[in-house]
Design a protein around this ligand. Structure first.
Ligand code: SAH
Ligand code: SF4
Length: 396
């Protein structure tokens, strides 16, 4: 078989498993700034603080900084949300936390299980907005697919989330909190898992909070999640890809390419008008990669739009010289999406051409379609405000 068989589902799953490299990947040192969002009458959200910020906060309450590590462990290793349950803290500190702080935690309002084992969670945030997060088992590892925004401003023509427009960015606590909530619900806080930032939203359009969330998840006092277990998927916001390239904490990179010519991409991925295919490929060429890693290029297959043998040959040419792997994603069709999924034969032919040109290629098996948890099917209705086109113009 010429296609690398994968069980990759709605998300691309990194194949490299690394021991926790968290300690090598500390975030910026203790310039905390938690006071930026401490308002006298609003409790501090402990689940939105990096460890250094939490240390400052504990100190500001008149207690020793090391207690922050205990609190961090309770929240991120044990999934505890009530400070009264943090029994290795002194009574004074617990009382101070009860008055001044809270552990904000997304609430599960819906939990669906697909026939194939995929589980979709609808989570309600503090302000009532809703997001979706998905658990995909055995790909072969366990994977959480999480959201970075409520909706998305990018407006890709085949994506239901894009149809919502952007409602708001998630905070780092809300991004990382999805992992905490799902891992606790599934009794997986102590087990290894991967994360893909392929849920609702464009992670590089919410850069700072996304990176802060990855630092919080990587902290060895919490989940200690190696960034090599994280894959960030982006529509291709070039300046942000360059910024990511300089991060001490470097997730795997996946680029949603979807097309092989500028007009073709511009027709289905609106940000192409600002960041061309050419610019994106250039940014990938300068993106630093560790020895064994590759950039994943996601390619949603749309019948009669981008699925011809010429497209396959152009794609191989575009990627020449890049350590790449291509993940073909047969469209998940949905009402309101004006495209169709190509036949299996057509997808196979496309993959075969890529493989013949020496490109590593896999076809993503769609998971969770019966519960609408597959790629591009994440949408929580009735939350948008301004028109998606208006939002895209503002975003770029
Ligand atoms: N905004 C980021 C990450 C979230 S979308 C991005 O675009 O990369 C995650 C993946 O789902 C992307 O590759 C996206 O193109 C794909 N996707 C969106 N809608 C889809 C659909 N209807 N069918 C199949 N894949 C889809
Ligand atoms: Fe946004 Fe990604 Fe959907 Fe495009 S595919 S609209 S970038 S979530």
């Amino acid at each position: 078989m010429f296609i690398v068989p994968t069980f990759i589902s709605r998300c691309n799953v990194p194949s490299v498993f690394a021991a926790s490299a968290a300690s090598a990947l500390r975030g910026p040192p203790a310039t905390t700034g938690y006071t930026d969002f401490v308002k006298a009458d609003v409790p501090v959200d402990l689940a939105n603080l990096e460890l250094a910020q939490l240390e400052d906060f504990v100190e500001s309450l008149g207690h020793r900084r090391f207690h922050a590590r205990q609190i961090y462990r309770w929240i991120w290793k044990r999934g505890v949300t009530d400070t009264a349950e943090m029994t290795d803290l002194s009574r004074e500190l617990r009382e101070a936390l009860a008055v001044r702080a809270e552990v904000r935690t997304p609430q599960v309002v819906k939990h669906d299980k697909s026939e194939d084992g995929t589980q979709k969670f609808v989570l309600r945030l503090q302000d009532g907005r809703q997001i979706e997060s998905v658990f995909i088992p055995d790909t072969p590892s366990q994977t959480f697919c999480i959201s970075t925004q409520v909706g998305c401003a990018m407006g890709c023509a085949f994506c239901l989330t894009g149809k919502m427009g952007l409602v708001r960015n998630l905070t780092a606590g809300e991004i990382a909190g999805q992992v905490r909530v799902l891992a606790r619900a599934l009794d997986m806080l102590q087990s290894p898992f991967n994360i893909v930032l392929m849920g609702m939203g464009e992670p590089l359009h919410n850069y700072d909070e996304t990176m802060k969330a990855l630092r919080m998840l990587a902290d060895e006092h919490g989940l200690g999640l190696s960034p090599r277990r994280v894959t960030l998927s982006t529509v291709g916001l070039v300046p942000m890809i360059d910024k990511l390239a300089a991060e001490p904490l470097m997730p795997n990179l996946a680029i949603s390419l979807h097309a092989t010519t500028e007009p073709q991409r511009a027709a289905i991925v609106p940000p192409t008008k600002k960041y061309s295919l050419h610019d994106i490929i250039d940014a990938c060429r300068r993106f630093p990669l560790s020895k064994r890693s590759r950039i994943t290029f996601e390619y949603v297959m749309l019948q009669g739009v981008n699925d011809t043998p010429e497209d396959a040959r152009r794609l191989a040419k575009l990627l020449a010289g890049i350590k790449a792997k291509v993940n073909l994603i047969p469209l998940n069709a949905a009402p309101g999406i004006p495209f169709e999924r190509p036949s299996d034969e057509r997808i196979d032919r496309f993959a075969r051409i890529l493989a013949e040109q020496g490109v590593v290629v896999s076809v993503r098996k769609s998971r969770g379609r019966d519960i609408r948890a597959a790629c591009g099917q994440l949408i929580v209705e009735g939350q948008g405000r301004r028109s998606p086109a208006q939002q895209l113009a503002e975003a770029l």
